[in-house]
Design a protein around this ligand. Structure first.
Ligand code: CAA
Length: 258
């Protein structure tokens, strides 16, 4: 009764797990997949049990980019009206933390999907790149903006203008990857990190993510002011009282998401 055509969607206790599932096209991101990804994330958004979401692909490819076959014959009017780039708003609009677990190719839109996640775990086989230039186009799912913010102008220009790939080590050094994890334990570590995040006060987690995301949007003093207000707001939650009482009483906190 799987409602999804391009994804496998399941829940592992407190963590949502989305596996991109178009193996014959190396998980190329077609319109259906982008739409379903938004739907699946929104469903997890409303699932009170879920505190974080892991997005993964296959061993050979996390995702080899936007679906080139689907795009090949399109006109300006076609892509303007379809607005695949805009369809990602549903994905990035979801507030629960997203962890990308990347093995193999994360190219073009695949790399951009990883950039839309909050944590990126990569196996040593991971390869990130923005090869759009080789197709006569440019990144269209945020790569010129999010990659540049993640790795800086020098490396973003190198990747986007030459179309070369970078391996997991380089991507971690550059700041695109949070952790390099052995291929055999990649998914387990991502799920474990998700479970860890899900175990904390939900309000604190969402506020922390929101505050970090604000850093990409505003200047320093405005960002610091936003953080300070959010920090102060945490003192209106029962979870703050519980978290600090548990520390003082040397016991584990029991967060209630209140
Ligand atoms: N779109 C559609 N189909 C794709 C695809 C893509 N992005 N990437 C791979 N496939 C398909 C191939 O066409 C092939 O299908 P067939 O077996 O039916 O021929 C199948 O997946 C396996 O791929 P390969 O035979 O090419 O596998 P390989 O191991 O020889 O090479 C690869 C792997 C280097 C990743 C190569 O597939 C490749 O270069 N893919 C395209 C990468 C790319 O250019 N991505 C950017 C897309 S544009 C984009 O993403 C725009 C954006 O920002 C919005």
């Amino acid at each position: 009764t799987a409602p999804y055509e391009t994804l496998v969607v399941e829940t592992r206790e407190t963590v949502g797990l989305i596996t991109l599932n178009r193996p014959k096209a190396l998980n190329a991101l077609n319109a259906a997949l982008i739409r379903e990804l938004g739907e699946a994330l929104e469903a997890f958004e409303f699932d009170e049990v879920v505190g974080a979401v892991v997005i993964t692909g296959a061993e050979k490819a996390f995702a080899a980019g936007a679906d080139i076959r689907e795009m090949a014959d399109k006109s300006f009017a076609d892509v303007y009206l379809a607005d695949l780039g805009g369809a990602w708003r549903r994905v990035v609009g979801c507030r629960k933390p997203r962890i990308a677990a990347v093995s193999g190719y994360a190219l073009g839109g695949g790399s951009e999907l990883a950039q839309m996640c909050d944590l990126v775990f990569a196996s040593p086989t991971a390869k990130f790149g923005q090869p759009e230039i080789t197709l006569g186009i440019i990144p269209g799912f945020g790569g010129t903006q999010r990659l540049t913010r993640a790795v800086g102008k020098a490396k973003a220009m190198d990747l986007i203008l030459t179309g070369r790939m970078m391996d997991a080590e380089e991507a971690e050094r550059a700041g695109l990857v949070s952790r390099i994890v052995p291929a055999e334990t990649l998914l387990d570590e991502a799920l474990e990190a998700g479970a860890k995040i899900a175990s904390f006060s939900r309000a604190a987690v969402l506020a922390a993510k929101e505050a970090v995301d604000v850093a990409a949007e505003v200047g320093l003093s405005e960002g610091v002011r936003f953080e300070r207000r959010m920090f102060q707001a945490m003192f209106a939650t029962d979870d703050q009282t519980e978290g600090m009482a548990a520390f003082v009483e040397k016991r584990k906190p029991a967060f209630k998401n209140r």
